[in-house]
Design a protein around this ligand. Structure first.
Ligand code: VAH
Length: 312
């Protein structure tokens, strides 16, 4: 049985639906602090759960005989800058809860998401390597960098089978992002269809690593299915995907919606984006578990616009 904690979030929702498709709806228990969308709530078991409550997680694990946990609950970069201690406590307490369940052999395998937010201003910006200088300047990035260190520690010290991916900005038409800095790349599609215009909160030249959600879900499942002995990284794998600026994304949308117009009003999220890399090297993921992304900017733009129209 699989438990998804944070199943109602941007990644969690699609991950839950994909895992239910693969393993059968009864075998994938969704949990979150709040209820999710109809697709999620009607397709299998759901439990209200506070990810910082160890006993509550343990009760669900014992009750359903859970073997694998995907811990997708977190406070993202922009929101965590507004509530630093709440962000730190949620991101770290939830991780220790799950790592300790695995250490005590109550579960067999853990997935935990990291982020390109672990990199900072002193990190090489282009084609950022798997192992490099990491001096994150956001609460979220600090919590993800620390979390990676603890994942590696629990693996080497207690033989915990925890696996992790440094997700780039993720773009989906089925779920809303939750308080991140890359959220502009999702909002822009909704507003391109609704108003043929969008005001970007990041400047036109801000290049960031991005990925279409279908690629991210496929990467997550591939990593979790890889034989343990093939994995050389137990902190977190770089995952590259694509890299584009708001200007390039707008041009890609204009190719589909000629009247679309963009303008720029950078806000408090600009310095967060400026501290992150522009593109990521994911050779290690390619080597260890055969990773290859499928969606380039043009294919993602078409998939997003067609997907949003199909939901109307
Ligand atoms: C955020 N979407 O913006 C998340 C992600 C790389 C960005 O971690 O905080």
């Amino acid at each position: 049985k699989i438990l998804i904690i944070g199943a109602c979030g941007q990644i969690g929702t699609e991950l839950t639906l994909a895992l239910r498709e693969k393993h059968g709806e009864k075998n994938v228990i969704a949990s979150d602090i709040r209820e999710g969308n109809d697709d999620l709530m009607q397709s299998g078991p759901f439990e209200k759960l506070d990810a910082t409550n160890y006993k509550a997680i343990e009760d669900i694990v014992m009750h359903y005989e859970v073997e694998e946990v995907y811990l997708m609950a977190a406070m993202l970069s922009a929101t965590a800058e507004k509530f630093p201690m709440r962000g730190w406590n949620l991101n770290m307490d939830s991780l220790f809860n799950v790592l300790n369940l695995a250490k005590d052999k109550k579960i067999d395998k853990v997935f935990w998401p990291s982020s390109i937010a672990v990199f900072g201003p002193s990190t090489p910006k282009n084609d950022t390597p798997q192992t490099t200088v990491m001096e994150p300047t956001t609460v979220y990035g600090i919590s993800k960098q620390t979390g990676e260190r603890w994942c590696e520690y629990y693996h080497h010290k207690y033989d915990v089978d925890v696996r992790s991916i440094r997700y780039p900005g993720l773009i989906s038409y089925k779920t809303q992002p939750g308080g991140g800095t890359t959220d502009y790349a999702v909002e822009i599609f909704h507003e391109a269809l609704a108003k043929q215009a969008y005001t970007s909160f990041l400047s036109e030249e801000t290049a960031l690593p991005m990925m279409f959600m279908d690629d991210a879900i496929r990467a997550t499942i591939s990593l979790m299915e890889a034989p343990a002995e093939t994995l050389s990284i137990r902190s977190s794998y770089n995952l590259g995907g694509i890299s584009f600026t708001p200007k390039q994304l707008a041009e890609s949308i204009e190719a589909e919606i000629p009247e679309f117009k963009i303008d720029y009003e950078p806000d408090f999220r600009q310095p967060i984006a400026d501290s992150w890399p522009s593109s990521i090297n994911d050779e290690q993921a390619q080597k260890d578990w055969g990773w290859q992304h499928e969606y380039d900017l043009e294919k993602m733009t078409k998939a997003m616009l067609d997907g949003l129209k199909s939901l109307k």
